[in-house]
Design a protein around this ligand. Structure first.
Ligand SMILES: [Zn+2]
Length: 483
């Protein structure tokens, strides 16, 4: 069977055929870096990480491009109104917008590294691609699908017949839905900003042929994806919440400028809920990745995300987290048992029955992944592998080294390679050992403080801080965490 993907544009599962045989270009909308990444980001970027890993597993040479939005994303984006999210945060904290960007971009990459999300091949910042965005606006003006109004430039949705084809919305609906007279610069309320004139005092501004201002949020993704992947490329990914208006606008801008189809396959990940409720700052159930990693291991969080399909809603609950943590422990225990038995295992050819079962598990794993990256089923196959490993290890006749190595190879290739689960590091028990050592240090420090040897106690804290470990004293209890 060959790989099939669900294309949001055609609303069907299609056989995946890249434009250039053997190569795949994929673009995924990155975060707007004005706050720490939350669990929704974990779901999105783990999902696309596994998609990229599986494409590579199939032998494709992949170029994975992801943007970082550091300008132009307004607080009220559907209306092109409000404040720039980054500038707002910078003003609040009285720092430079680029300090906000640097801080939260690094925070995002730290989270991704913790979750074992591989780096995209190209990471591009919107503020670093202003000339490309200005050139794209000029093309749209030349094509007669955009207009200048009071120093801003808008895309005229009436001039592009394909507007609405991704989200299924009609322009007339949008006109009715848009707030009347909210923006008198627009000819049609459904038009969207390509370039915004800067108000006096606006922090992030650039010169353009239309005056000083900044690009509209949707524009960066068109300009940068086409720069690095070509005017038509294979896969565009992102969260379902970005399908409209963001991705609809990307299609309009790109196709109206080039006259070519923009993207072959649109892939959208669904959202993440907490106990069945949508997550949001206003609802008070907003959880950052850093907060969650205080409670569970990054491997368990990753496994939890992969236990549901990327297109279904993932619901967070304590039971679900516990089962992910237990599942991860079972996986690691099997790998650990294998690695312990390997050195003393007898020589000899691999057991035929085990080899046949391994081939069957691998076949079912790839069938699942070929079916629009069904990681839930792929994870189930990984647990079939655990059962097989356990039965081989507990069999009366000791398994040969070759048999054990073949089992280990499947864990490595499918579990670590495709699903990106760090099995071996966990198996080595390094986390448990670290925690044991930390508990000893915490007790020593506690004893020192009781004996009023505060200087020495503080020195322990200081030395740990230098090693990237922070101690927290709360409610008479001391816990530790990595910075
Ligand atoms: Zn985007």
């Amino acid at each position: 069977m060959s790989l099939q993907v669900y294309n949001s544009l055609t609303r069907t599962k299609e056989i995946f055929e890249p434009i250039v045989p053997g190569r795949v270009g994929i673009y995924v909308c990155g975060p707007t870096v004005y706050g720490d990444s939350h669990l929704g980001h974990a779901k999105a970027y783990i999902s696309f990480d596994v998609i990229v890993r599986y494409l590579r597993f199939l032998g494709y040479k992949v170029r994975y491009v992801q943007n970082i939005t550091d300008v132009g994303h307004m607080t009220d984006n559907d209306e092109d109104q409000g404040e720039d999210k980054i500038a707002k945060k910078a003003a609040l904290e009285r720092i430079e917008p680029m300090e906000v960007v640097t801080h939260y971009m690094m925070s995002y990459f730290d989270d991704m590294a913790a979750l074992n999300v591989q780096w995209p091949d190209i990471i591009c910042l919107a503020s670093g691609h202003i000339p490309e965005q200005i050139a794209l606006i000029q093309r749209l003006l030349d094509a007669g699908v955009a207009y200048v109004s009071n120093g801003s430039v808008y895309f005229s949705v009436d001039q592009f017949s394909g507007y609405g084809k991704l989200s299924g919305r009609r322009v007339e609906e949008l006109e009715e839905g848009a707030r009347v007279a909210v923006n008198i610069e627009k000819r049609n309320p459904a038009d969207f900003a390509l370039w915004k004139k800067a108000e006096p005092g606006h922090l992030m501004v650039w010169d353009s042929p239309w005056g000083r201002g900044f690009p509209g949020w949707h524009l960066e993704c068109s300009a940068m994806s086409m720069k690095y992947l070509g005017e038509t490329f294979d896969i565009h990914g992102g969260g379902l919440e970005n399908q409209f208006p963001h991705h609809e606008c990307e299609i309009a801008q790109s196709e109206a400028a080039t006259g070519k189809p923009f993207v072959r396959y649109w892939l959208h990940n669904n959202m993440l809920t907490i106990n069945g409720q949508k997550m949001g700052k206003s609802l008070g159930n907003f959880v950052t990745i850093k907060e969650m990693l205080q409670r569970i291991s990054p491997e368990a969080l990753r496994l939890f995300v992969l236990m549901s399909h990327y297109r279904s809603v993932t619901d967070f609950s304590d039971e679900a987290l516990n089962s992910a943590e237990k599942g991860m422990a079972r996986l690691s225990a099997a790998v650990q048992a294998l690695s312990q038995r390997l050195p003393g295992a007898p020589e000899g050819s691999a057991d035929r029955e085990t080899t046949a079962e391994l081939a069957e598990i691998r076949r079912r794993f790839t069938v699942a992944m070929d079916d629009d990256f069904n990681t839930a089923e792929a994870v189930a196959q990984l647990f079939s592998l655990v059962r097989l490993a356990n039965s081989v290890l507990s069999a009366p006749n000791p398994a040969t080294r070759d048999t054990l190595e073949r089992l280990m190879a499947e864990f490595r290739e499918l579990g670590e390679g495709v699903l990106g689960l760090r099995l071996k590091e966990r198996a080595a028990g390094s986390e448990d050992l670290t925690d044991q050592i930390m508990q000893v240090l915490i007790q020593v420090r506690e004893k020192l403080r009781k004996e009023k040897q505060y200087a020495m106690a503080d020195e322990i804290r200081q030395m740990l801080a230098e090693a990237g470990i922070v101690l927290k004293d709360e409610k008479g209890r001391t816990t530790w965490a990595r910075l």
